[in-house]
Design a protein around this ligand. Structure first.
Ligand code: 5GP
Ligand code: MN
Length: 345
């Protein structure tokens, strides 16, 4: 049976549905998960949303947030595991390699449930029974909207709660409608979501204007004390230690967006943020439209993502990671600035 037809058949009767997304969910990850969850609940399914980790408090306004289970919390893990075991259908949203969901990845791989992957990242792994995937989409939320409207022909079911969740993911994954992925279709979709009740100014207020004093002071500190600019290499980066994060009582989400300040500098085409976490160094890469950072992240830092926004990790120390990064950028000038030729090693 054709994949789309088999997917529609799966949802044609009430099912037990498990939805998950990538570790440290952002607005697109959580918004697509809860937007879809609210839709499927309306259609009479039993739905559980499970995240592999916690996520920023500025996303907690989304409808359904209170029922989300966090697999990294001991008090949620048993119920989340049970829900995964009993699931008829598993949705994997905003990621396309199972390594992005930590231990949940292996459980999904072994599951007999019907697995659906909705995503917009490059180089997807082949693990799903039905994949709704396009790198042309700015956000997974855009794809969830299209799946409901174009494939399931169910636009009328989109209400204010669903629209708000989906709007949030599109707004943040386009950097507030500024990145090169902000297409005509993005504007058409958000126009429809506004029509369904999403309040653009309210949502941007919830997400962008909910800083704590500590977070604002941390951003000031990072810009004045932790920014390295290498104009000769057209790059700038932040190096944030565990101690820095502790000093400013950093919460999940507090470093989000910081890397963009480095990219905002005139003449800078490549920006990075190195932050020292419990389990190693987390790296965020951003680039101007002519530089591809996802291939660089995949080739050298065990990561991936989109052409102009990618991430990776390192198990070296903070200083060694940064030294390696600098030497790689020096060495790879040609490939980085003409990234088609870069291959993973
Ligand atoms: P961020 O820097 O905001 O954490 O991530 C930027 C983009 O890169 C997001 O689309 C995210 O999903 C992707 N990304 C971040 N870290 C990783 C990683 O370790 N592996 C892969 N494959 N993608 C990542
Ligand atoms: Mn996304």
């Amino acid at each position: 049976m054709e994949a789309l037809a088999s997917f529609k058949k799966e949802l044609s009767s009430p099912k037990k549905i498990f939805i998950t997304t990538h570790v440290k969910p952002d607005a697109d990850a959580l918004g697509s998960s809860l937007g879809l969850a609210n839709y499927l609940l309306k259609k009479g399914h039993e739905v559980t949303v499970v995240t592999p980790s916690d996520y920023p408090s500025f996303l907690a306004w989304m409808k359904g947030n209170d029922s989300v289970l966090d697999f990294s919390k001991s008090e949620d893990r048993a119920l989340a595991t049970l829900r995964l075991e009993e699931a008829d259908v598993i949705f994997c949203l905003d990621f396309s390699v199972l390594g992005r969901v930590n231990e949940l990845g292996e459980l999904i791989r072994k599951s007999n449930a019907y697995v659906v992957n909705i995503d917009h990242h490059q180089d997807p792994e082949d693990f799903a029974d039905f994949r709704y995937w396009s790198t042309k989409a700015a956000a997974t939320c855009e794809l969830v909207y299209e799946l409901i409207v174009n494939e399931l022909r169910d636009k009328d079911a989109i209400d204010k709660d669903i629209a708000e969740c989906l709007y949030a993911g599109i707004m943040t994954d386009t950097g507030g409608f500024r990145h090169p992925n902000t297409t005509k279709n993005v504007h058409l979709v958000v126009a429809e979501l506004i029509d369904k009740g999403a309040d653009s100014s309210q949502i941007s207020n919830w997400i962008y204007d909910s800083n704590s004093v500590n977070r604002l002071k941390f951003i000031g500190f990072a810009i004045t004390r932790r920014l390295v600019v290498r104009e000769d290499l057209h790059m700038a980066y932040f190096v944030i230690s565990k101690k820095d994060l502790k000093k400013y009582q950093s919460q999940t989400g507090d470093t989000e967006g910081l890397v963009n300040y480095a990219l905002s500098l005139d003449g800078i085409k490549l920006a990075a943020l190195f932050s020292e976490r419990e389990d190693g160094i987390k790296i965020s890469f951003r680039s101007s439209s002519d530089v591809a950072v996802n291939k660089f992240a995949a080739a050298y830092f065990n990561g991936g993502g989109h052409k102009n926004a990618a991430g990776g990790k390192s198990t070296l120390g903070l200083k060694d990671t940064v030294d390696l990064f600098e030497s790689l950028v020096e060495k790879c000038q040609d490939e980085l600035f003409h990234s088609e030729s870069m291959t993973a090693n």
